[in-house]
Design a protein. Structure first.
Length: 75
C-alpha cells in the first residue's frame, strides 16, 4: 500500500513538472512569434527606407544631369 502512495506521489510530481514545461514551452512559442513579428516589421521598414533612398538618388541624379544639360544649352 505504501508503494502505491509513493508511486501516486511520484506520478503527481511528474505530471506537475510536465504541465509546467508545457506552460514554459507555450511562453517560449509566444515570445518567438513576437520576435518574428518585430523582425518582419524591421525588415519591411528597412526595405521601405531603401526604396525611398533609391528613389531620391535617382531623382538627384536626374536633376544633376538636367542641370548640366541646361547649362550646356544656355552656355
Amino acid at each position: 500500500m505504501g508503494d502505491d502512495f509513493r508511486h501516486a506521489g511520484e506520478m503527481n510530481t511528474l505530471h506537475n513538472e510536465l504541465e509546467g514545461m508545457k506552460e514554459l514551452l507555450h511562453t517560449y512559442e509566444v515570445s518567438i512569434e513576437r520576435k518574428d513579428g518585430v523582425i518582419s516589421n524591421l525588415t519591411r521598414s528597412l526595405q521601405n527606407q531603401k526604396e525611398k533612398f533609391d528613389t531620391l538618388k535617382n531623382f538627384t541624379d536626374w536633376k544633376l544631369l538636367y542641370a548640366a544639360k541646361k547649362q550646356e544649352v544656355c552656355g
